[in-house]
Design a protein around this ligand. Structure first.
Ligand code: A3P
Length: 324
């Protein structure tokens, strides 16, 4: 097995040498970013991502939470988990009270396939149907996901808020690594060029957006801002899409509001499990909960930055029917 691992490592090392490369946002031990299949990844993830692409066999019943980083992944994982499995645990014993959303809904390419090219997926998923997370773009998903009837819920966010979230998140990691800060200007330029984990944003979003238009029963496309505006309505919609709509009894008993409350920013942020320790990717768990607001970009971006991003949004999304 070690020999197989070694030749596999050599293959990835050779591949990495052929790819365009840029400094990552976190510097230090964070490694560089490499452009692979049109998107940026760190080398460590490339290996497990290729294992995932090569070996993963989707079931029709699988559910996948997909997103670009910093667009509300943690929130959507918590909501999907709570909706899908609500009849498996007592109402006051939601596993989210003692485990992080990322432990309960694990990333396939960063986590599940990180230690083992053929992980035991049956044991990894305690509850059925199986539920996983991914930051991979739609085009790079294994064909069995695209060809099967498994469902995908995707979340995106206004790119200005996403950028500020990403800059703050990675900035804390630079501090931790005793790296000098990445200036807002430098980060902004990288962002506009699409150079960040799973970037560029427009291609990521449009991949899922177009697929959701073609296959509305397979892919549910959500926006962070819409969840913020009316969470009860979105929770009901999500349950319907997942094939587990709330019964009248459940609605009368306030189950929808209860799920929204357990998964809320205010609740998750204060839980001990989300305050202490590090995520699988090495980030302090508390850093996944910063402000949880819409429009925080206005506290950071200069008018020139806003203009450049608005142009980018206009150029990429105007013909798509997708509005930010
Ligand atoms: P901010 O940095 O703007 O606060 P991801 O989960 O994809 O990494 O996205 C992180 C962003 O979602 C952060 O945004 C974080 O605060 C916010 N977030 C995390 N949990 C949330 C929740 N339950 N409700 C709303 N926003 C949440």
């Amino acid at each position: 097995i070690q020999d197989v691992d070694k030749s596999w490592d050599d293959e990835v090392r050779q591949l990495v040498q052929t790819l365009p490369k840029e400094e990552s946002w976190i510097g230090g031990g964070g490694g560089s970013l490499y452009l692979y299949q049109g998107f940026w990844y760190i080398a460590r993830y490339l290996k497990s991502m290729i294992s995932f692409q090569t070996h993963f066999q989707a079931f029709d019943s699988d559910v996948l939470v997909a997103s670009c980083p910093k667009c509300g992944t943690t929130w959507l994982k918590a909501l999907t988990f709570s909706i899908l499995y609500r009849d498996r645990f007592a109402r006051d014993e939601n596993p989210l009270l003692t485990s992080t959303p990322h432990q309960l809904v694990r990333f396939l390419e960063h986590d599940v396939y990180a230690d083992n090219p053929c992980p035991d997926l049956e044991n990894i998923c305690v509850y059925k149907p199986r539920l996983f997370g991914t930051h991979l773009p739609y085009a790079s998903l294994p064909t069995s996901i695209k060809d099967s009837r498994c469902k995908i819920v995707y979340i995106c966010r206004n790119p200005m808020d996403m950028f500020i979230s990403l800059w703050n998140f990675t900035g804390k990691r630079r501090d931790q690594n005793q790296e000098p800060p990445l200036s807002l200007d430098e980060a902004f330029d990288k962002f506009c060029r699409g150079v960040y984990l799973s970037g560029p944003f427009p291609e990521h979003v449009l991949g899922y957006w177009k697929a959701s238009q073609e296959k509305p029963n397979k892919i549910l496309f959500l926006k962070y801002e819409d969840l913020k505006e009316d969470i009860s309505c979105r929770v009901k919609h999500l349950a319907m899409f997942l094939g587990v709509p709330f019964t009248e009894d459940e609605e009368r008993q306030g189950v929808v509001e209860e799920i929204a409350k357990v998964c809320s920013f205010e609740n998750l942020k204060q839980l001990e499990v989300n305050q202490k320790g590090l995520s699988r990717a090495g980030f302090p768990r508390k850093d996944y909960f910063r402000k949880g607001e819409v429009g925080d970009w206005s506290n950071y971006l200069t008018p020139a930055m806003v203009e450049r991003l608005e142009k980018l949004i206009h150029n990429n999304f105007d013909d798509s029917g997708l509005v930010f």
